[in-house]
Structure formats: structure tokens, C-alpha cells
Design a protein around this ligand. Structure first.
Ligand SMILES: Nc1nc2c(c(=O)[nH]1)N[C@H]1C(S)=C(S)[C@@H](COP(=O)(O)OP(=O)(O)OC[C@H]3O[C@@H](n4cnc5c(=O)[nH]c(N)nc54)[C@H](O)[C@@H]3O)O[C@H]1N2
Ligand SMILES: Nc1nc2c(c(=O)[nH]1)N[C@H]1C(S)=C(S)[C@@H](COP(=O)(O)OP(=O)(O)OC[C@H]3O[C@@H](n4cnc5c(=O)[nH]c(N)nc54)[C@H](O)[C@@H]3O)O[C@H]1N2
Ligand SMILES: [Mo]
Length: 759
């Protein structure tokens, strides 16, 4: 059965608004899933793919990084995972005819939604210097072009190699090896815009930048705090774990400026009781102001210190460092300041404290609501202080749980995709391959854009993702990209980055997770690491979109041969033939991967070691878990302004737009909406349904404007507004980033709302 043709562009953005929902998933979600899947894949392929998602012999869902339960259901996926699969396994095709019909200037006028809906790219495409459109090119010629440009650079540091988080461990390992053999650590990745703040805070405090809990721990917790995360949309399978925890007696506190449907009530589509009745998940909702979390946790810490016997003194004495200094700072926490920073009522904080003190096993989960602020790193360090105080780390049912986004973003970092690699990692790499990796740090995402803008970087290569769509300050970023000599995108589907190019550009089409991968050495599989440090195999089973696609490992291996030539003694050809040979090398370079091939052959895979979780050992310079004592910060708003967070709707995967609805929030048929608290809206004279421009105000004096947003009166915290990314990326200044992690502060943009002339 054929797939339906995509909707035409210009996409009509005409939002309709109804009351937000209070429950996530259940029957409507299943119907919605099948409809979307069949539109893209037809009936047969829908059945063929969806039954293989997250099965032990199947492929890893390209949706989020939430782990799988050990006992799998026949349908181990969620509505949004199914959408991610359908987008990739679609029967729609983008052939050279498409690029012949659409010059680059035309592609640049299309919405991201329209571009993505065209389907899978079938052949390598080349935009020659001065040409107005892409033309088909052979793989040989494509690698020659890249080699020409890379070899012409004055320094390897003029090249940037970006990775998005769907890339497998094998491809990621090869890419960082190639970059370092070529001579640069310019390996920015989507993590720089995502959980970098978590990585920075956790490495400094507990000695490892990863979460310390397993699914089992969640099931055993007494208290789970979910702060700055919308799992109903972005990690739907997490709701099953929360439901299980509740059934075993856990309490849940959600900390969020928005009441999110999934956290309120969950109708589990995998159990008959759940589908009908659904479980109320949140016991206490703390409707916090954007950026108020550090102040909240600081005050809770003060109250814990003041409560009788609430501190785990043995743990603090044996396993931590810096307690005195931290405790002094925490004792100074001020109720009035906290109430101002958080917008919470005193009684709510007292209720939270009672739940905290009643819990012997506490877990804090978080995502972008904590990581994308100027003071994100000290905020997450305060969460760590909070857990350390009561010994909630390194024992069952307790710990830190940063919930990762892209399905292998954690694995890519483990494989060495990092602009600031640890010297020990480079030493091991150099020893294994007989190379000399550069030791100086490379560019992260924001630095890469600045380097392109300033002419310090000239070649941009992206292993997946949609760099200009996902990064901040769209106008600045696009101008920077256009200054490059060559831009290369290894992609599955068309996106904005293909329309905003350097002097020359290449699009290299690749296999996705669902595709069968056959090389000279036979059928291959790849591996991924989930948000909880479990490594397992992923095997696609679909016939690829075209015979011309190359896998990501093959693309890197051939690129390396073209650029490095016979001087490289790395066996790139063998790596392409048999990914087992890549895993052998990983097993000798990356700690925790000993005997990789044998262990990953086991169904379900294996768990990586995590010293704090496994043995309460902390690999920090002090040898202990570090308490820290940063000054409390929170955003302060000038009169008549709102603080805007840029977030995801229910129908998107980052810059991939599945549809124009945000079902749980009651929005239909459009994305240009801004959610504003009704009281703020009244004060600002903004009626529900009015159209407004969002104008961001930043200290550089530049006015950044996103025109034509429909105002929606919505129960968000006072002073706070919300609108979808990527449309609002134009508002986020390039240098508005988090201290230490340099992550764009996409959750706190000061805006004024101006009546739209277009209304
Ligand atoms: N279907 C789907 N799944 C996805 C993705 C997707 O786009 N679509 N993206 C993937 C990726 S890469 C990632 S990183 C994750 C993202 O997962 P999330 O972090 O859940 O994604 P966001 O939509 O950015 O939502 C941020 C949440 O934090 C809240 N928040 C914002 N600011 C604050 C704050 O200052 N304090 C508190 N306490 N809360 C705040 C918002 O109201 C919202 O509920 O999801 C992954 N999974
Ligand atoms: N304002 C604002 N900006 C943000 C955020 C925010 O909350 N607010 N969130 C940030 C976060 S958390 C993240 S992670 C980034 C995401 O940044 P990216 O990871 O760069 O963006 P995606 O939209 O996930 O990338 C989608 C593209 O990936 C390609 N693709 C899909 N699957 C594959 C594959 O298997 N292989 C290859 N090679 N390509 C593939 C497709 O061509 C698709 O168009 O955005 C960040 N930007
Ligand atoms: Mo992310």
C-alpha cells in the first residue's frame, strides 16, 4: 500500500485552541500512532517495524534514550517512538529529481515541516560553487571533494565535525578517531545544547557525568522528584516506570512552570486497567518560575540541615568533601528570596519538605528545564547537594537521573565525541592506533558558530542532526554557515541545514536505525547506550530507502581513507567490512567495554560501571563526592517583560516536525503560539487569540524578533511564557549561554510582546 503524499507548502499555521488535557496516553494515543504510522509507511511496513522496536532482537527506538524494561511487551514503544520510527521508515522518497525541481533558494523558503515530510534522501547530492541547485554526485567524487577542502586548510582546527545523538557507538568512535588522526578536537555535538550542564555539574561533584540510577532503582524509590521535564511527550515510556514506582508506594513531586498532562495522570496503553482508569502520578505540583530551581533546592537544603537527624552524617563524614562551606551557605538561604525566585507559596515548600524527610530513598530526575539556563550548572550542583545530604547516592532506590534526549547521545560521548577529551582517553587512543592526538581543546557548538562567523573555521561536517535548525540565534548562525568553504551533512531526510550552505555543499544519505546494514563481512549490527548506562545491540530489518545509501561507519571509513591516504595505518577498510573489528578496538580504548563483542552478543546487553552507584567511589580530585556552595541566582525581569522558555510540542522531534498539533496542551493546527499566564496577559493588554511579535532583549542591544504568534491564555507560572523551538531559536542570543557548560540558555529569554502588524 502506498503512503499518502505530503501536505503542500506554505504550511498553513492557524492554531486552534482548546482546554489542555490532564492525562497522557491511553486509547486516543494508540489510534493517533497507527494513523501517523500508516500514512508514512503503509499497513505492512507499519506492522513489520513497530513489532521490532526495542525488542532484544530488534532495533533501538530512534526516539528517546529512556531504557527498556527487562521483561519486554510485544509493543515496547510509545506513541512518540512510533512517530520517530514512521518518519524514518517512511515510503516517501527524495530523489535527484526533487533537487532539480527545487533550487536551494526555493528550499530556503520552505518550512522545516515541509522539508522533513518529503521523505528519505536516495542519493548523494552536490551543490557546486556558484550553482543554484544540488545535483547527483557519485560517492567517489563526494569523498574527493571533502578531501580537497580538508587538505587545503591551513590547520586541521579549521574543520568542525558535529555529531547529533542518533549516531551509533561504532560510527561515533570512528568519527572521533578520524578527527584526531586528522589533527583536531573540534567535535561539538548536540549534547552541548542539551545535557552538557548535567555533565559539567556531575563530573565536578560525583566524578562521572552520567546518571546513577537504574530502572530498578526507580521502581524502589520512596520519592521521585521530576524537575524541568515533560516525560508525557518526550520520554513517554518513563511514565510506565513512574506508574510502577507509585504502585509500590512512591510519592512524586513535579517541579515545572507548566502543568504537564503526562505528569498529572497517565493511562498506560499496555495494561487494560491503565487504559481505562489511569493513574494519578503527581502527589505535589510545585509550579515554579523559570530558573527558580536553584533557590528551591537551596532552601530545602537549609530546612534539611535544620531538621532533627535529617542529615546522613555517616555518609557525609565518610564520602563527601566541602560540607562545612556548603552548610554555611545553605543556612543563609532566605525564605523571602526563595518565594520571590520560585513564585511558590510557603505551604507548598513545607509540604515538599515533609515528603523529602519521610523518604529514605529519593531520586531526582531532570531534563532541559534545568540544563538550559545561565545558572544551570550551579542549579544541578544544588540538586546533588540535596541528594548527598541524606546519603541518596550509591544505594538502591536513590540517586541522580538526568534523562537524556537523543537515543545514543550518552553513548556518543562515551565513545569520545567531546571537544574537551580527558587526557587518559587520548593516551589510550594514541597507544591503540599509534597516532598523536592533539591535546588542546576544540570547539563546542557555540564556539563553532563563532569560529565560522569569524572565518576561523572553513569546513563544516555534520554526522546527522540539523545544525542551523537546532542552534541559537538563527540569523547569526545562518550567516556564519554561509561563510564556510564546504558544508557536509550526513542525513536521512531533508532539513533546513541543506538550504543554508557554504560555497560548496554535500548531502550524504545514510542508513537509519530501522534499515538493514549489509557490508562485505555480512549483516552488521550497531550498539547504543541508554540514559542509564546500558549498552545493547540494535539491528535494523528494513530494505534501505535506496541501494545508494552508505552506513555511517562506511562514510567515516571512506572519508578517512580519502583524506589521510596511505599514511594512515588504521585499518579503515576492515572497519567498514566488519563492525566487530571496531568493537574490538573500543574494548581496548574505552573503560568498561572489556570483552565488548562477547558481552553485547547477550540479549539485553550489559551495564557500564558507575563508581558512585556501584561502590560509592568518587573519582574527583578530592576522592570524595563534593558539596558545592555557589551563590543563588535567578532571572530578574524588567517591567512589562516576560521570561520565555522555548520547548517541544507533542508533534515534533527536535527540529523534525511530525504535525501541527500539541494535543495535551490543547493546541491544534499551528505552532506559532505563545503561552502566557492569563493574569500577565491581562496586565499586558493581550487578549487570548491576539497576534503578537516576540522581541528578545539582550545586553548587546540587538533586537531579535519572531513575528506573528497567537497568544494563548495558559496556566503557566506568573511572569513566564512558553513557545516552541525551533521557530523561537531566532530569539536566543548566541552568547546567552550557561556558565561553565556554554549551553544556550534556551529556557530563559527575556522578551517583550508587541502587537503584531500582521494580525
Ligand atoms: N517526542 C519527542 N521526544 C523527545 C524529543 C522531542 O523533541 N520529541 N527530544 C529529545 C531530546 S534531544 C531531549 S533533550 C529531551 C527533552 O525533554 P524535555 O526536557 O522534557 O523537553 P522540553 O520540551 O524542552 O521541556 C522542558 C520541560 O521543562 C519545563 N521547564 C522549563 N524551564 C524550567 C525551569 O526553569 N524549571 C523547571 N523546574 N522546569 C522548567 C518545561 O515546562 C517543560 O515541561 O526529549 C527527547 N525526546
Ligand atoms: N531553542 C531551543 N533550541 C534547542 C533546544 C531547545 O530546547 N530550545 N534543544 C536542544 C537539544 S536538547 C538538542 S539535543 C538539539 C538537537 O539538535 P540536532 O540533533 O542537531 O537536531 P535534530 O532535529 O534532532 O536532527 C534532525 C535531523 O537528523 C537527521 N537524522 C535523523 N536520523 C538520522 C540518522 O540515523 N543518521 C543521520 N546521519 N542523520 C539522521 C535528519 O536528516 C533530521 O533532519 O537542539 C537543541 N536546540
Ligand atoms: Mo537533547
Amino acid at each position: 500500500m502506498a503512503a499518502k503524499p505530503p501536505a503542500g507548502d506554505p504550511v498553513q499555521d492557524a492554531p486552534q485552541v482548546a482546554a489542555p488535557q490532564h492525562a497522557a496516553a491511553g486509547l486516543p494515543a494508540i489510534g493517533h500512532t497507527l494513523k501517523m504510522a500508516q500514512q508514512q509507511m503503509g499497513v505492512r511496513r507499519t506492522a513489520q517495524t513497530l513489532l521490532k522496536v526495542n525488542q532484544k532482537d530488534g532495533f533501538d527506538c530512534p526516539g528517546c534514550a529512556w531504557p527498556e524494561e527487562d521483561k519486554r511487551h510485544t509493543a515496547e514503544f510509545c506513541e512518540n517512538g512510533a512517530k520517530a520510527v514512521a518518519e524514518e521508515a517512511t515510503l516517501r522518497r527524495v530523489t535527484p529529481d526533487f533537487f532539480a525541481a527545487h533550487p536551494v533558494a526555493d528550499l530556503a523558503t520552505r518550512s522545516g515541516y515541509w522539508l522533513g515530510q518529503q521523505g528519505r534522501i536516495t542519493q548523494p547530492m552536490y551543490l557546486a560553487e556558484g550553482a543554484d541547485r544540488y545535483d547527483a554526485v557519485t560517492w567517489e567524487r563526494a569523498f574527493e571533494i571533502m578531501a580537497e577542502e580538508l587538505k587545503a586548510l591551513d590547520s586541521p582546527d579549521e574543520a568542525v565535525f558535529y555529531t547529533s545523538g542518533r549516531t551509533s557507538n561504532e560510527a561515533a568512535f570512528l568519527l572521533q578517531l578520524f578527527a584526531r588522526e586528522f589533527g583536531t578536537n573540534n567535535l561539538p555535538d548536540c549534547s552541548n545544547m542539551c545535557h552538557e550542564s548535567s555533565g559539567s555539574a556531575l563530573t565536578q561533584t560525583i566524578g562521572i557525568g552520567k546518571g546513577s540510577v537504574s530502572l530498578e532503582d526507580l521502581h524502589q524509590a520512596d520519592l521521585i522528584i521530576v524537575a524541568g521535564q515533560n516525560p508525557g511527550t518526550n520520554h513517554p515510556r518513563m511514565l510506565t516506570a513512574l506508574e510502577k514506582a507509585k504502585a509500590a508506594g512512591a510519592k512524586i513531586i513535579s517541579v515545572n512552570p507548566l502543568p504537564e498532562a503526562g505528569l498529572e495522570r497517565f493511562k498506560n496503553p499496555q495494561t487494560p486497567q491503565g487504559m481505562i482508569k489511569g493513574a494519578a502520578l503527581t502527589d505535589l505540583f510545585l509550579q515554579i518560575r523559570l530558573g527558580g530551581d536553584q533557590a528551591l533546592f537551596r532552601l530545602l537544603n537549609k530546612l534539611i540541615l535544620e531538621a532533627d537527624g535529617a542529615v546522613d552524617e555517616e555518609f557525609v563524614r565518610d564520602h563527601t568533601h566541602g560540607y562545612e562551606e556548603f552548610a554555611a551557605a545553605a543556612r543563609d538561604a532566605d525564605w523571602d528570596e526563595t518565594l520571590a525566585a520560585t513564585g511558590l507559596e510557603r505551604t507548598k515548600i513545607e509540604q515538599a519538605l515533609a515528603m523529602v524527610l519521610a523518604s529514605k530513598r529519593t531520586i531526582v530526575c531532570w531534563a532541559m528545564g534545568l540544563t538550559q539556563h545561565k545558572h544551570a550548572v550551579p542549579t544541578i550542583r544544588e540538586v546533588v547537594n540535596f541528594l548527598l545530604l541524606r546519603g541518596n547516592i550509591g544505594r538502591p532506590g536513590a540517586g541522580v537521573c538526568p534523562v537524556r534526549g537523543h537515543s545514543n547521545v550518552q553513548g556518543d560521548r562515551t565513545m569520545g565525541i567531546f571537544e574537551r577529551p580527558a587526557p587518559a582517553f587520548l593516551d589510550a587512543l594514541d597507544k591503540e592506533f599509534g597516532i598523536t592526538s592533539p591535546r588542546h581543546h576544540g570547539f563546542d557548538v557555540v564556539r563553532s558558530i563563532q569560529a565560522l562567523r569569524d572565518g576561523e573555521a572553513k569546513v563544516f561536517f555534520a554526522m546527522g542532526g540539523n545544525f542551523v535548525g537546532a542552534t541559537p540565534d538563527t540569523d547569526v548562525t545562518e550567516a556564519a554557515m554561509r561563510k564556510a568553504r564546504l558544508t557536509v551533512h550526513v542525513s536521512t531526510k531533508p532539513n533546513r541545514s541543506h538550504a543554508v550552505t557554504g560555497a560548496r555543499a554535500l548531502i550524504l544519505p545514510t542508513l537509519g536505525r530501522t534499515d538493514k546494514d549489509v557490508q562485505a563481512g555480512g549483516k552488521q549490527f550497531v550498539t547504543v547506550e541508554d540514559s542509564m548506562g546500558m549498552v545493547h545491540a540494535s539491528r535494523g530489518n528494513l530494505t534501505p530507502a535506496s541501494p545508494h545509501l552508505l552506513s555511517e561507519p562506511a562514510i567515516v571509513a571512506r572519508l578517512a581513507r580519502a583524506v589521510l591516504g596511505p599514511a594512515s595505518t588504521t585499518p579503515w577498510e576492515d572497519f567498514e567490512k566488519d563492525y566487530g573489528t571496531i568493537r574490538d578496538r573500543i574494548s581496548r580504548v574505552v573503560p568498561g567495554f572489556e570483552d565488548f563483542n562477547a558481552r553485547v552478543a547477550r540479549p539485553g546487553g550489559f551495564t557500564l560501571p558507575h563508581a558512585p552507584r556501584d561502590e560509592r567511589r568518587f573519582n574527583t580530585p578530592t576522592g570524595k563526592a563534593n558539596f558545592t556552595a555557589a551563590p543563588v541566582e535567578y532571572p530578574k525581569l524588567p517591567e512589562g517583560r516576560l521570561l520565555l522558555q522555548t520547548l517541544r510540542s507533542h508533534d515534533q522531534y527536535n527540529t523534525t516536525i511530525y504535525g501541527l498539533d500539541d494535543r495535551y496542551r490543547g493546541i491544534k493546527g499551528g505552532r506559532r503560539v505563545v503561552l502566557v499566564n492569563p493574569d500577565d496577559a491581562r496586565e499586558l493588554g493581550l487578549a487570548d487569540g491576539a497576534y503578537t511579535d516576540l522581541v528578545s532583549e539582550w545586553k548587546d542591544g540587538v533586537e531579535r524578533r519572531a513575528p506573528g504568534f497567537r497568544v494563548v491564555h495558559y496556566p503557566t507560572a506568573r511572569g513566564c511564557a512558553a513557545a516552541y523551538y525551533p521557530e523561537t531559536n531566532v530569539l536566543v542570543p548566541l552568547d546567552a549561554t550557561a556558565d561553565t557548560s556554554n549551553t544556550p540558555a534556551s529556557k530563559s529569554v527575556v522578551v517583550r510582546l508587541e502587537q503584531s502588524p500582521t494580525a
